[in-house]
Design a protein around this ligand. Sequence first.
Ligand SMILES: NC(=O)c1ccc[n+]([C@@H]2O[C@H](COP(=O)([O-])OP(=O)(O)OC[C@H]3O[C@@H](n4cnc5c(N)ncnc54)[C@H](OP(=O)(O)O)[C@@H]3O)[C@@H](O)[C@H]2O)c1
Length: 328
Amino acid sequence: MQTFDALVVEESEIGLLSGIRRLRVEDLPEGELLIEVAYSSMNYKDALACSANGNVVKTYPFVPGIDLAGVVVESSDGSFRKGDEVVVTGFGLGVSHYGGYSKYARVPAAWAVPLPQGLTLKEAMVLGTAGFTAALSVQALREHGITPDKGPVLVTGATGGVGSTAVAMLAKLGYKVAASTGKADKHDELLALGATQIVSRETLTPDNPPPLNKQLWAGAVDCVGGKSLAYILSSIQYAGAAAVSGLMGGTELPATIFPFILRGVSLIGIDSVFVPMAKRTEVWRLLASELKPDNLDAMHREISLAQVPEQAKLFLAGQSVGRIVVVP
Ligand SMILES: NC(=O)c1ccc[n+]([C@@H]2O[C@H](COP(=O)([O-])OP(=O)(O)OC[C@H]3O[C@@H](n4cnc5c(N)ncnc54)[C@H](OP(=O)(O)O)[C@@H]3O)[C@@H](O)[C@H]2O)c1
């Protein structure tokens, strides 16, 4: 391999420009593992990395891609050998360290998880960072004691990456899933994914919401935040919890203290980036077994590196649907 393709985002007089460039291994950042990338994926953060106002990447030129699955071709670390299949998500990948939108990537060995038995490299990226985040959220609710018999779990941003994978995982575990979406034409797809009820996005942002609402949901997987999270907290059953990972609806949380002090409701923060390795490995094992959605094929679409910039626009407009696998 003399040179290889990568999607490079560069600064120009008219703003950021993305294009396919030929890179050499010497162009890649330091790391013990050189990986031949089989698949990467697109997440909302990747769209921000390609965008001038994204505030995700500090220095350009840059190769985005916050996750990858591939095969080790060189290792100077005793834990991995040539030929090992690995998954890398989070840490600095695709943010401060060249990412997965490249035929080859070089990363610290401490970032890599051995591909768990039960997942192919492609399936690992159909799940990707979104699926990993959904799994962290679902596990947080389970660890909180929210079992399927406790009542329905609400999932917001349900047609997106985190949302759709969360719907599929919860349905597989036997939960009743209320899927909230702003896309009126995607209700049937969400029901096919395992949702038992559709909640329109507007329902979650009423004018003048009461501090405490009817107790509608045992828990919530929320990647939207903002005003709707405040409403969700007011609608969670006694001793329930909301696992929050995202900010599609804004960064403010205009909530009151009442759900916490009168109903014992918990708000659980979910971060997928710096999850310690023991938990990371365990969650990937679960993603390959009891949390693995049955319908991964129907849940994703493949795109090439050249198609990433157009797809990024859809993400930024809130119009991306399901999981997008990137083939470098
Ligand atoms: N904490 C972490 O470690 C972590 C990890 C991964 C992702 N995230 C965050 O989670 C969020 C989702 O990421 P993703 O990759 O799943 O993105 P995505 O695929 O674009 O999904 C986001 C979904 O949110 C809904 N949405 C879009 N605009 C909205 C708005 N203005 N108000 C309310 N809902 C809106 C849409 O679903 P509907 O049309 O179905 O409503 C959209 O498909 C992002 O904020 C991302 O930064 C955080």
